[in-house]
Design a protein around this ligand. Structure first.
Ligand code: B3K
Ligand code: ZN
Length: 878
């Protein structure tokens, strides 16, 4: 083991800086291999700090050229400079100017953090701690300052020069073939929101007028030739801006809003003030290369980054422990936006699927942490589903508990009270409390206590007394670092469904806080008695998924089927189908023949064919839980082969039993002649393709031909890639030919080929790892671009459960190799991949032995591990 021990950062150690940075002036002399950065900071001593206190600025991998104070170069004894910090031992005055010159190399910056080159375009990524890779600074979110940026670059290769804020000046640099631009951002901001871009880019533009009449220039910059593929993003941006005015009363606050799409980017996008930088996957779309879910993803991410302008930028975080303050809230806002733009119930189902598939596993394993953690080693490891998606659920619960109007009052107060602040979760909660004279202290536990509560519910009807009794219990198992748990405050939306499918009214309720259709569980055990219930109800609990818990109702299968058919809450109709499928699949995995299977399949056919339901909803209704979801539900001693085989057999059985229904729906769904990504068309495609998948799974006569014909006739990526996936997954005739034809058609279009890599990575194979190694040699793949790695390696880890968890340990070994290799160039990407080990403790003994050995091999490897990877591996082994 050659790695250094990284420092544990603790929330309790938070201290303000002794100096404030009043303003920052930056000059970038861009050169591919040696960019000079001249930073002039106006600093003043914070009130209360001792005069002459040392100034300690953060750095990472920096080379100092010079340092001066108020125009005079410092003597060597006055300061200490290392790649990681700059310390001025005793600044001479309470207010002074510090001028620091550093040199950085954008070309060799493979971490894609700080200033780097992506396909000849200079760009930056500073969140969380990338600014310190550009210049020495107080690189922390609570130091806000006004930035002015001058960018100088070669005119021919970088005709476009972009910075934060508003453009102030531009021109040629006399006597050279270079030019400059000056950008000024009047809004004080932390360094993580700094950005610059320089390159040869094309752009599409629109004019926007805010609700109060201020004009804003909107521009989306893309690589030349991609202009038309940015139209959907522009449309999404304009709709987001309007929506935020209407729903949250928030307007944009600069003269320009620029978005730039780059191809090499570690995550989805970044909300830099006035200059969002995006992974091109979340900007570029046309029907030939993007699927319906890509269009949806673009709409969501464009909205998300835009919404950060208020929740994140104008009100930022005091320190990174408060990350959920901006991320959870902004995810909630983007979810609401998409719900308003599309179908609310369908969006809710999609969001819950995402939560359960990403956050629940995290919370059930060694990587579990609170939505607001209290310690970390590498902050980049905490941009997690827990912080983002569970964080959004907590905001949603506040809205559920308070009601829409009171929620809005709290949000209004938050914007009014904290505009310009670096805030905390406590500040946020206090706004809802103060605006509504309510105590949310018990509710707040959700931010601090990790783990997914299990809620058990058992109902009994007393016909004579006309009462319905609901026994509720919450079980909170220990999670890493939290052995003792307190009960959560859990809002449960509910209905008591009567025999004809309508909700039954109750005359009174006792035993818990109950108001209308909302019941709040606040203790470990509570019994609620509803009076005045005329007939035996079936309880429909946790409607709209009103809290991020695992609900166990123990309802008999016929009651679940009843809810699946009759519940007025669409979410719970879907959930009833999912619960049944999961139960049946677990029994099938264990080798038993479940009861009620045929009745369930029949009900599924009804749901699929029910014309009163949204197409997209019907598509979701037909979706079998993923292999990972079943594994998570089983929870321990998991055999992934048994799960995969059971799931294949069950989907075949459903396909055979409902073949006629699926074929009828498939044939009847006519698609418009021209492609449109709107929700209705996307929903129709989703339903049609779900039917095709079952038809393909049935392996009946004509299945392969139908899937191949669908592939051949496809005039859009959604149809093409789904049909290809059917052919490959079910190993149908024509699969290889279709793979070749897709490759021929899309070779050279990286984002389209990513999908091909994904299908190939999840294909059944006798030698999965051999196939993966061959794919890494394919011209469509590159180790230098995160999107390619996420497509191929991520496609394997997430989409090929049997391959990754292969009993011989080959998948685990491969991941260990990949992690060690990637860690040398891009630790963030390596860490993201190695997180797939997070569920290893749920596996059966043989697999556990192999996974543990692979994890230990990473830790003991003869190479310097990044903090990113080391922290995850250590947590996994803990
Ligand atoms: N705030 C960025 C994520 C930054 C990740 C740094 N490792 C994008 C977003 O959540 O909007
Ligand atoms: Zn965000």
């Amino acid at each position: 083991m050659r790695s250094e021990t990284a420092q544990l950062i603790k929330l309790q150690d938070y201290k303000e800086t002794p100096y404030v940075i009043e303003n920052v002036s930056l000059v970038f002399k861009l050169q591919p291999e040696a960019t000079e950065v001249i930073s002039t900071l106006t600093l003043s001593k914070r009130e209360g700090a001792e005069a002459g206190t040392a100034l300690e600025l953060d750095g990472d991998d920096l080379t100092l050229t010079s340092v001066a104070i108020d125009g005079a170069a410092l003597a060597e004894s006055d300061y200490e400079a290392t790649p990681k910090k700059l310390v001025v031992h005793a600044p001479p005055a309470d207010r002074f100017q510090l001028e620091v010159v550093t040199k950085v190399n954008p070309t060799t910056n493979t971490k894609l953090e700080g200033l780097y080159l992506s396909q000849g375009i200079y760009c930056t990524q500073c969140e969380a701690e990338g600014f310190r890779r550009i210049t020495y600074y107080y690189d922390r979110p609570d130091v806000l300052s006004v930035f002015t940026t001058r960018i100088e670059a070669d005119k021919a290769s970088s005709p476009i020069l972009l910075g934060n804020g508003n453009p102030q000046a531009s021109g040629d640099i006399e006597g050279t073939d270079r030019h400059f631009a000056v950008w000024h951002d009047p809004h004080p901001k932390p360094a993580y929101l700094f950005a610059l871009v320089a390159g040869d880019l094309a752009c599409i533009s629109e004019k926007y007028t805010t609700a109060s009449g201020t004009p804003v220039d909107l521009n989306i910059f893309v690589e030349k030739g991609n202009e038309e593929r940015a139209d959907w993003s522009m449309d999404s941006l304009i709709r987001s801006m309007r929506w935020d005015e209407k729903v949250f009363g928030r307007e944009y606050d600069l003269d320009v809003f620029n978005i730039v799409a780059v191809s090499a980017f570690n995550m989805g996008a970044m909300e830099n003030k006035g200059l969002n930088i995006f992974n091109d996957k979340y900007i570029l779309a046309d029907s030939d290369t993007a699927t319906d879910s890509d269009y949806e993803g673009i709409e969501t991410v464009v909205a998300h980054e835009y919404f950060h302008n208020w929740t994140g930028n104008r009100i930022t975080c005091r320190e990174w422990f408060q990350l959920c303050l901006k991320e959870g809230l902004t995810v909630f806002r983007d979810q609401e936006f998409s719900s308003d733009e599309r179908s609310r119930p369908v969006k809710r189902i999609a969001d819950v699927i995402r939560l359960k598939s990403r956050q629940f596993p995290e919370d059930q394993g060694p990587l579990s942490h609170p939505v607001r953690p209290t310690e970390y080693k590498e902050i980049n490891n905490f941009y997690t589903a827990t912080v983002y998606d569970k964080g959004a659920e907590l905001v949603r619960m506040i809205k559920t508990i308070l009601g829409a109007d009171n929620f809005r009052k709290g949000m209004d107060l938050y914007f009014e009270r904290h505009d310009g602040d670096a805030s905390t979760i406590e500040d946020f909660i206090k706004c809802f409390e103060d605006a509504n004279q309510i105590d949310l202290s018990h509710f707040s536990l959700w931010y601090h206590q990790s783990g997914t509560p299990v809620v058990k519910a058992k109902g009994s009807y007393d016909e004579a007394a006309k009462t319905f009794t609901l026994d509720l219990e919450q079980i909170n198992a220990p999670t890493p670092g939290q052995d003792q748990k307190k009960p959560f405050f859990i809002p449960i939306r509910f209905g008591l469904v009567g025999p004809n499918g309508d909700d039954l009214a109750y005359s009174s309720a006792e035993g818990a806080q109950v108001d209308g259709d909302l019941l709040c569980l606040s203790d470990n055990k509570q019994t609620v008695i509803f009076h005045g219930i005329g007939s035996r109800p079936v309880p429909s609990l946790l409607r709209e998924f009103s809290a991020p818990v695992k609900l166990e109702t123990g309802l008999p299968r016929e009651d679940q089927i009843f809810l699946m058919r009759h519940d007025i809450d669409p979410f719970n109709r879907w959930q009833a189908a999912q619960t049944l499928m999961t139960e049946l699949l677990i029994e099938l995995t264990n080798g038993s023949e479940p009861t009620g299977k045929d009745a369930f399949i029949e009900a599924l056919g009804h749901m699929a064919a029910d014309e009163n339901l949204d197409h997209a909803f019907r598509g979701f209704g037909l979706m079998l839980p993923s292999e990972q979801a079943i594994a998570l539900e089983i929870g321990k001693d998991v055999d992934t082969d048994a799960i995969g085989n059971a799931r294949d057999a069950f989907s075949k059985e459903i396909g055979v039993a409902l073949y006629d229904t699926f074929k009828r729906i498939y044939d009847a769904l006519e698609m418009p002649a021209t492609f449109s990504p709107d929700a209705l068309s996307a929903g129709k495609r989703a339903l049609k393709l779900r039917c095709l998948t079952y038809i393909a799974a049935s392996a009946g006569e004509g299945s392969a031909a139908l899937a191949k014909a669908h592939f051949d006739a496809a005039d859009n990526m959604t149809d093409r890639i789904s049909a290809l996936n059917c052919l490959v997954k079910f190993e149908l005739a024509g699969a290889q030919e279709a793979m070749a034809s897709f490759e021929e058609r899309h070779n050279g279009t990286a984002l389209a080929m990513d999908k091909w890599l994904g299908v190939a990575a999840s294909a059944p194979s006798k030698d999965t790892i051999g196939a993966l190694r061959t794919l890494t040699e394919h011209s469509a793949f590159s180790w230098d671009n995160p999107n390619r790695i996420y497509a191929l390696i991520g496609g394997f880890l997430g989409g090929n459960t049997r391959g990754f968890h292969a009993a011989d340990g080959s998948g685990y070994d491969y991941l260990a190799d990949i992690t060690l290799q990637l860690d040398k160039t891009n630790p963030q990407v390596a860490s993201r991949m190695v997180k797939s080990f997070g569920t290893w403790k749920n596996m059966n003994a043989d697999r556990r032995v192999k996974a543990e050995a692979a994890l230990k091999r990473i830790l003991e490897a003869d190479q310097q591990l990044s903090t990113d990877v080391k922290e995850i591996v250590e947590l996994c082994l803990d």
